[in-house]
Design a protein around this ligand. Structure first.
Ligand code: BG6
Length: 487
């Protein structure tokens, strides 16, 4: 019989990333990361979406010489580094069962090349995770979320070089050793597929350091190193913490054909196949034949060591996680009106509304995504990012009436429930940016995702005071009733 509640022990919670919340970018021994050179943008132009969003060696140099956070909002975050206890208390008040956080690699290994970790960095996460344990909030820890040490990008062109893989595995082992008694759920790479869309942010690849015409090959080389690194981290986790679980994380870019014209359907199939490539490797442990063929046709040669394919096969993930914000539409016709969101561009879908930032809202697309993924892989799943970036207004009495956000979540939760009722093994949900934070794409503060408002503007002015939005109370009730209040 179908119940009106979610499965027992469903992990309700929220998600953050170190570089978007912590601030404290240059204290307690932290090294500069790729996020610390990311500048504010008022919005991303459509043209930027498929490119590198303008990173150059000059810009990096300028950023490295600039000691302030004025133009670099991720350096200040929302000061979670100093306020995490207050924030965790608010999450607990909402009833969070889980919280997704990431570990800033450059807090532990400032340049990435050190052998000995920075104790102050390790201690920070130990304190954070211990406080979560005290509050009975289960951590989900991402090892890499757009915040690798900048030094590795400049010196090695990031993940192009296999040495970076070794440094990452070393980092993973150190943090797994230190936190294995505090953490069960690990994620290796956030949105691993995003290396294709923003190679610098995700993998430290700098266009000027790529020989002409070799950029795409370098992207696939970097990806290969990340796949192997993820498997090696999984291998180590199994050895030292047998009950722990390693997951992969995909940007689920669900794509519909714009028409039933077979050409549109074919183009859509190819888009979706490319999106599945990443989870195919991490869940099934093999490069899919169609992708290998595509790489060959593009003359892309990935350098692999003898044991790599076996490592991928032997150490696949325990669970699949993904982000879902919107769906896309594909057509062979290039003249149609476009719509962009989350660094991807598609044809505008006339049946969907969009957020203030133009991301198309599609709750049914979430259900479709869950069904597709579960049908393809059949392993436990968790949604680790979902939500809407919006402009919020604070009323004179300090309240924030974000009914649009409640509507967005309500529709998506209902879609999740339907997928569960149709057989999908979904064990949790963490909304993106459960507290307002710095946007990954634009570094804006004004693009707010949270249930908790943070008093800070795009320029960094504000008291950083936390306020509960209407959605705070709404989500609390959803969690308290395990979804029954949605009816
Ligand atoms: C996901 C990222 O792609 O999208 C997050 O993993 C990011 O880091 C989120 O914040 C929303 O994107 P944006 O650009 O609105 O912050």
């Amino acid at each position: 019989m179908i119940k009106n509640t979610f499965p027992e022990n469903f992990m309700w919670g929220g998600a953050t990333a170190a570089n978007q919340v912590e601030g404290a970018w240059n204290i307690d021994g932290k090294g500069i990361s790729v996020a610390d050179v990311d500048t504010y943008k008022s919005n991303l132009a459509l043209d930027d979406y498929e490119g590198h969003v303008g990173v150059t060696l000059d810009k990096i140099q300028k950023a490295m010489e600039d000691p302030s956070d004025k133009d670099y909002p991720k350096r200040r975050g929302i000061d979670f580094y100093h306020r995490y206890k207050e924030d965790l208390a608010l999450f607990k008040e909402m009833g969070f069962k889980t919280l997704r956080v990431s570990i800033a690699w450059s807090r532990i290994f400032p340049t990435g090349e050190e052998q000995e970790p920075n104790e102050k960095g390790l201690k920070f996460y130990e304190d954070l995770l211990t406080e979560m344990q005290r509050l009975d909030i289960e951590p989900i820890v991402t090892l890499s979320h757009y915040e690798m040490p900048l030094h590795l990008a400049v010196k090695y062109n990031g993940w192009e070089d296999r040495k970076v893989m070794d440094y990452f595995v070393h980092f993973s082992k150190v943090v797994i050793d230190r936190y294995k008694d505090l953490v069960t759920y690990w994620l290796s790479f956030n949105e691993i597929d995003s290396v294709e869309r923003h190679p610098f942010k995700t993998a430290g690849i700098i266009p000027e350091q790529c020989p002409p015409g070799k950029e795409e090959e370098i992207v696939y080389q970097a990806l290969h190193h990340q796949f192997v690194a993820s498997s090696l981290a999984t291998k180590y986790l199994r050895e030292v913490s047998p009950n722990a679980k390693m997951g992969c994380m995909l940007t689920k870019l669900t794509t519909y054909p714009n028409t039933c014209k077979p050409e549109d359907v074919e183009a859509t199939f190819k888009k979706n196949t490319l999106n599945y490539f990443f989870t195919d490797i991490q869940v099934k442990g093999e490069y899919p034949p169609l992708i290998l063929n595509m790489l060959e046709r593009k003359n892309i040669n990935i350098k692999m060591e003898e044991q790599d394919l076996q490592i991928l096969k032997d150490y696949t993930v325990d669970y699949l996680s993904f982000s879902y914000y919107m769906s896309l539409t594909e057509s062979k016709d290039n003249s149609l009106e476009k719509s962009a969101g989350n660094t991807v561009v598609g044809v505008k879908n006339p049946y969907l509304e969009s957020t203030d930032w133009g991301w198309q809202i599609d709750p049914l697309g979430l259900k479709i995504s869950l069904l597709e993924l579960y049908d393809r892989y059949g392993i436990p799943m968790i949604i680790v990012e979902n939500g809407m970036g919006a402009k919020d207004e604070v009323e004179a009495d300090g309240s924030i009436h974000d009914q649009y956000r409640i509507d967005y979540f309500k529709a998506h939760f209902k879609a999740m429930k339907e997928a569960i009722d149709e057989g999908v093994d979904l064990f949790g949900y963490t909304s993106w940016g459960c507290i307002d934070l710095i946007s990954a794409g634009t570094s804006q503060m004004s693009k707010r995702y949270g249930f908790i408002y943070v008093d800070q503007d795009d320029e960094g002015n504000g008291t950083l005071e936390r306020r509960k939005k209407d959605s705070f109370y709404w989500y609390k009730e959803v969690i308290e009733t395990n979804g029954a209040s949605l009816d």
